[in-house]
Design a binder for this molecule. Structure first.
Ligand SMILES: N[C@@H](CCC(=O)N[C@@H](CS)C(=O)NCC(=O)O)C(=O)O
Length: 186
């Protein structure tokens, strides 16, 4: 069952120490952090699996998850998107100097991703893995702010990658139900 709550709601804080999403309760198991949740689901249910068993592909999946979580999320979401949705400016307007300052890093990192998916349309090997699952919501959010949408559209391979995987029914089902709290649209 999917429960939508505001960030830091009591139900979320009961599972996640910082009240972030996502969090999972499955029987007696309570987990936060997408990768931990996906690992649990991968090992608890039959195929299809999102973590490859081949050692090289498994390591590459870890590599891309780590690069996205430690570098790319910080640039595209915590710095760029937050300059729109949590600008910290006196008038509440987008933080223009923060946006301008982050643009070179955004272009560089989108370029890296564009080249990474150019060969197979996936980050790792020629299958859809957790590395792709971890990146897709970041690209989705990036496309909702003007400079992000422009840089993404110009990255031909990455834009095609996003469109193709966004058409998956599993991705469409992550759209919050109408009326659910979403205070973070720029
Ligand atoms: N690395 C975490 C990221 C979780 C995360 O930052 N979630 C966002 C919403 S998608 C959030 O709760 N943000 C609230 C905040 O940063 O305070 C994961 O993959 O689960």
């Amino acid at each position: 069952m999917l429960t939508e709550t505001p960030l830091r709601a009591a139900e979320l804080l009961a599972i996640h120490p910082f009240g972030r999403m996502p969090a999972l309760r499955h029987g007696d198991v309570e987990l936060c952090e997408s990768k931990a949740i996906a690992t649990w689901l991968d090992r608890s249910f039959p195929a299809p699996f999102v973590f490859p068993s081949d050692p090289r592909l498994a390591a590459l999946t870890e590599q891309w998850v780590s690069l996205v979580n430690t570098v790319i999320d910080r640039t595209l979401i915590r710095t760029y998107l937050f300059a729109y949705i949590a600008p910290g400016t006196a008038d509440g307007k987008p933080n223009r100097s923060a946006i301008d300052a982050v643009m070179p890093a955004m272009r560089q990192q989108i370029g890296v991703l564009d080249r990474a998916v150019a060969g197979t349309g996936h980050l790792v090997g020629d299958n859809f893995t957790f590395a792709d699952i971890n990146l897709m919501p970041i690209l989705h959010r990036l496309g909702q702010a003007p400079e992000g949408a422009e840089v993404l559209a110009a990255a031909r391979h990455l834009a095609a990658y996003y469109e193709r995987h966004a058409a998956r029914p599993s991705f469409a089902r992550t759209e919050p139900p109408a009326g659910a709290p979403d205070r973070r649209k720029p």
